[in-house]
Ligand binder design. Structure first.
Ligand code: NAD
Ligand code: MG
Length: 296
């Protein structure tokens, strides 16, 4: 099977039997039950990103891992970044990437630190020999029922990782990006349909969508496109690491029109399209991959 095989999207992946589980954040893919699909066995490339140099944040697990695998199979050299505590997951994806045969670089660090963001861009572009694609995908999501219990420390950390880091990374990357380069930001269905317990997270995702629209206008004359992807409920370690209350976690994704959670592998093609020259007239857009919950 490949990502191209025609089939019923309802039954393409099963409605998962999700056991109760909790991890500290950031969650590890190695502890996720059941396992997620990142396209390891299915994603087939066809030269759509031949010779490109890409940096993907949060690429040890989840959506970022699926994007890294797809980009390398499409012919890109890839740098991945993640938190030091996720080294085990990073080693796992590096094994898959190494087998593809493109250049791959792993750079751990904390994106809530502006100095690291600058150093990351320098190291990635030095080691890859340039930077054509920046995928801002790392994110922090912690569920809190009551705004009265939402601590300032969490509020600030969520904004630093989810939105401040995008400003820092893009500021550092732009001077090295050639015309034709592409920036892709991961927002969320939460930008448009916020859950009551994700006020800080959803607000950052709305900020990311707005930033994507505005930055696209600023960079269009420079020949750099900026777009976003808005996932719906996707099965990744973000969710069992306090991303959802337990009663929502065990039924994760079942309220979508397709009736099931999405898998990270199902996100990769949207990121490939936005990175490739096929999307040359698309900038300032957000592609929804939501199982039918749709963007406004
Ligand atoms: P994930 O946990 O696999 O990936 C998130 C990654 O963010 C982590 O792997 C980690 O490396 C990174 N990260 C978190 N804090 C960081 C920090 N301080 N410094 C550096 N990296 C840090 O989960 P995912 O669901 O694949 O998340 C990827 C993106 O997709 C996130 O932006 C998330 O908000 C977004 N998203 C996910 C869903 C979903 O249902 N899973 C839905 C909508 C949007
Ligand atoms: Mg991770």
């Amino acid at each position: 099977m490949t990502q191209h095989k025609m089939q019923d999207p309802v039954s393409q992946y099963p409605v998962m039997d999700i056991p109760e589980q909790r991890q500290d954040e950031p969650g590890l893919d190695s502890k996720l039950l059941p396992k997620a699909d990142h396209g390891e066995e299915t994603y087939v490339g066809s030269g759509r990103l031949e010779g490109r140099k890409a940096l993907i944040t949060g690429a040890d697990s989840g959506i970022g891992r699926a994007v890294a695998i797809a980009y390398a199979r499409e012919g890109a050299d890839v740098a991945i970044t993640y938190l030091p505590s996720e080294q085990e997951d990073a080693d796992e994806v590096m094994k898959v990437l190494d087998a593809i045969g493109r250049k791959v670089v792993a750079i751990p660090g904390d994106l809530s630190d502006e100095a690291f963001c600058k150093q990351l861009i320098k190291q990635a572009s030095d080691e890859l020999g340039g930077l054509d694609i920046l995928v801002n995908n790392a994110g922090k999501q912690l569920y809190v029922d009551d705004i009265l219990e939402l601590e300032t420390a969490q509020l600030e950390a969520t904004f630093r990782v989810n939105i401040f880091a995008m400003f820092w990374l893009i500021k550092a990357a732009l001077p090295t990006m050639p015309k034709g380069a592409s920036i892709i930001n991961t927002t969320s269905i939460q930008a448009y349909q916020p859950s009551e317990g994700l006020l800080d997270y959803a607000a950052t995702k709305a900020a990311i969508a707005n930033f994507t629209h505005g930055l696209a206008k600023q960079l269009a004359p420079k020949g750099i496109r900026v777009n976003g992807v808005a996932p719906g409920p996707i099965w990744t370690p973000l969710q069992p690491s306090y991303g959802q209350p337990m009663e929502k976690l065990v039924q994760f994704g079942q309220a979508t029109p397709l009736g099931r959670a999405g898998q990270p592998a199902e996100l990769a093609p949207a990121y490939v399209f936005l990175a490739s020259q096929e999307s040359s007239y698309t900038t300032g857009e957000i592609i929804g991959v939501t199982g039918g919950q749709h963007l406004p």
